[in-house]
Ligand binder design. Structure first.
Ligand code: PLP
Length: 458
């Protein structure tokens, strides 16, 4: 399998190059040259365990890592999960809940970042060299990235977070990782300041090259490919036959998770609807119901990991929507950069019949958490609750709906307390953090200070 850019400006590259490139060098996003059709493999895949299925799915996209090594990478990536099924499916009312939060940081990002960490390590071991990952986080991604590369050879990770402004649990999940290659930096400033510092470091090309800076942002192809797996898995757990259709409801931010579902569908998985659930940040809902894609201000909500302004993976979908026409895609992206808005064809209130979309605001989210706890004794986290509410809206008879559960409720005690009047969500791993030893460097909001730490410790 070769990879190209949505904007058509790179020569075809292989999987390992795609992973190391992250964002395509022409400013586009990396996509496979063609989407494999696996329709005739579904029957054989249906009875595999998660790890074997993950290997089969990911193999379709990788031909420059030998099978033994790839199997070993996949196996180690999911050995860190605390459930034998890795991503189990449970039932709550009429809905199926695909629990993606059994990894080391209790959020779905572990599914991709455990894999990415092992792929990075494999490539660096083989090719020599070093990688210094620099990132800025307001919470979730930073801790999943740290847990993805902790203790790995030839990799350092530097994660900046705004001092005192991430939730106490999320800060602890990062700073309690004491491996020598992990460097937490608390910046005296806001999340935006952290992001500016990161951009500043990456824009200094000499510095970037000298210290082999890399990122683990949500556009890395390895993250998408790992996320395709659980759509197949989920389908196989709930449907009677491999030909029967199911729908998925996906709480969406940067469009990475649901884009993996889109690819699974294009690969031949029978899917009726992809339900794209948003919170108050509903730019994608507006798009799928009107064809208008318009930049807007970020609004802070009770489901913070879905608080986005512009979805970084959306360009991948747009490329397929525009019939894989790079020229048209480039024009459309330029148009968006200039006017902060684009308008695409929309029939009725559907841009694409595969997608349904709706936004569920905070009051509904609290209500959904309360209802599912009272009626089904199942505790939803606020992100999953957004997806569940939207699933209820679009569910139709006889087609099972699988809601992707993207975080464990104990990560969001405030939302649980707001919904139920008390904080009853518990997770043994999170309880342990209370007394955990931590390590963190405090730095001023100053690019030189950041660069100095990287140069000393890289
Ligand atoms: C990142 C995240 C999301 C959004 O996923 P995208 O791939 O950005 O659409 C939803 N829920 C949780 C808990 C997350 O961490």
């Amino acid at each position: 399998m070769k990879y190209i850019s949505t904007r058509g400006g790179i020569q075809p590259i292989n999987f390992k190059e795609a992973v190391m490139m992250g964002l395509a060098t022409d400013g586009g996003l990396i996509i496979p040259e063609n989407i494999p059709d696996v329709t005739n493999k579904l029957q054989a895949w249906k009875n595999l365990n998660f790890t074997d299925l993950a290997f089969e799915v990911i193999s379709c996209f990788v031909d420059d890592i030998n099978n033994d090594d790839l199997y070993d990478i996949v196996k180690r990536s999911y050995a860190t999960f605390d459930h034998k099924d890795i991503t189990p499916v449970v039932k709550a009312g009429n809905l199926h809940i695909l629990e993606l939060f059994h990894g080391p940081t209790q959020a779905f990002k572990d599914v991709a970042l455990q894999f990415l960490g092992n792929v990075f390590e494999h490539i660096l071991k083989e090719q020599g060299g070093q990688l210094n990952i620099l990132g800025a986080t307001s919470g979730d991604t930073g801790s999943a990235a740290i847990h993805g590369v902790r203790g790995k050879q030839n990799i350092n990770i530097f994660i900046m977070h705004p001092e005192g402004k991430t939730s106490p649990i999320q800060a602890k999940q990062m700073t309690s990782v004491l491996d020598e290659n992990v460097h937490n930096i608390a910046v005296a400033g806001s999340f935006d300041d952290c992001q500016s510092l990161m951009k500043g470091a990456f824009n200094d090309l000499d510095f970037k090259q000298k210290y082999h800076l890399g990122a683990v942002n949500s556009v890395n192809w390895a993250r998408i490919v790992a996320q395709i797996v659980y759509y197949f898995w989920g389908h196989f757990q709930v449907s009677k036959s491999v030909e029967a259709k199911v729908s998925f409801s996906v709480p969406t931010g940067n469009f990475g998770d649901i884009f993996a579902g889109y690819l699974a569908t294009r690969m031949g998985l029978p899917v009726d609807k992809l339900m794209l659930a948003t919170n108050e940040n509903n730019i994608l809902t507006t798009f799928f119901t009107s064809g208008i894609y318009r930049r807007s201000e970020v609004c802070h909500t009770v489901s913070p990991s879905m608080d986005i302004q512009v979805a970084s993976n959306f360009e991948r979908y747009l490329y397929y929507f525009l019939n894989e026409d790079s020229v048209k895609l480039k024009e459309t992206m330029q148009d968006f950069a200039q006017n902060n808005q684009i308008k695409l064809d929309c029939t009725g209130n559907h841009v694409d019949n595969l997608f349904e979309s709706k936004s569920s605001p905070a009051m509904e989210t609290y209500d959904t958490i309360k209802r599912y706890y009272q009626e089904y004794n199942y505790l939803l986290d606020p992100h999953t609750a957004v997806g569940v509410k939207v699933a209820e809206e679009f569910a139709i008879n006889d087609i099972p709906v699988i809601c992707l559960a993207t975080a464990h409720p104990a990560k969001f005690p405030d939302a649980i307390e707001q919904s139920l009047g008390q904080d009853i969500a518990r997770h043994p791993q999170l309880d342990k953090l209370q007394n955990a030893k931590t390590r963190c460097i405090s730095l001023p909001n100053d690019l030189n200070a950041i660069k100095q730490i990287v140069s000393e410790r890289a």
